[in-house]
Design a protein around this ligand. Sequence first.
Ligand code: MN
Ligand code: MN
Length: 355
Amino acid sequence: MHHFRSTAQLTKSSMNTEQQVTLTQFIIEQQRRLPDASGAFTLLLNNIATACKQISHRVNRGALIGVLGSAESENVQGEVQKKLDIITHDIMVNALNWGGQLAGMASEEVDEPIDIPSQYALGNYLVLFDPLDGSSNIDINLTVGSIFSILRYPKTVAPETEDYLRPGHEQVCAGFVLYGPSTLLILTTGDGVNGFTLDPDIGEFILTHRNIRIPEKYNEFAINMSNQRFWEPPVKRYVDECVQGSEGPRGEYFNMRWIASLVAEVYRILTRGGVFLYPYDYKDPSKPGRLRLMYEANPMAFIVEQAGGACSTGRERILDIKPSSIHQRVPLVLGDKNEVERIVDYHHQYDQTQA
Ligand code: MN
Ligand code: MN
């Protein structure tokens, strides 16, 4: 039998005055435990958080401030840009270029890395970001997000493009912000994953999800089924077996989800478990995958692994890939460790038959 809470009890808990931990406080406390950390890192994260608050505000106002719809231009990927792709890119650049913590940054939306204007000091970090992930969802009012990846940069001169091309396991921090029913920042600095909810009344991200771990054994997969006829045999095999449910070799029912917004998919997996696939397919064999290594796969892989999951192309651990170009695309399989391992194993078995 359910015991409904009385209004008096609800009021009491909503008036909870327990000490809240802000993002800044959390980062400073984490920094104290790292021997070589500096205040620059806290400032950098603060500037990223400020940019994301501004983006959250714009996304939230939507049509009221005329930010929806197409910008009638194309980005470097040949994709039609939304107005908000451009606005959010500018917000990120303007929030990050002046602080003296960065030596440079790279954005999904522009061809070449962005230099720090000469009037500002150069710092010891590089940031790579997707300012608005899932932007095709913006006009239908579904969840979108921002994704970022931070690398250390030891040199004292301005970086070249190749300075950005570091494997994902060298990231010192990765995160994403979901602009959903609430605005949520998910963060790792290599010591687990924590979530912070934006309190719009005080304008601060508050620690609300401590030490996020991917729940195991949740039978749910996410894939764009419309590409089924282009999939490789190992991906077909995995999905076939899931769809056969309790009558198939898995002997269990599997549920399917597809939001077409990486940030929302990854957050669902962090919360509930399961697996997400955007695999290699034969639709356009010249394209190695759909998602970008530097702005999407690497930061998500760092987060997912830190939450106890796994992340692979199907054949290689994402975090071990040595990038060849800044806008490189990769196949992506991430989530529940056992499921990802099974999918990797199916690829391996298939490749054996082809050898
Ligand atoms: Mn994206
Ligand atoms: Mn984007």
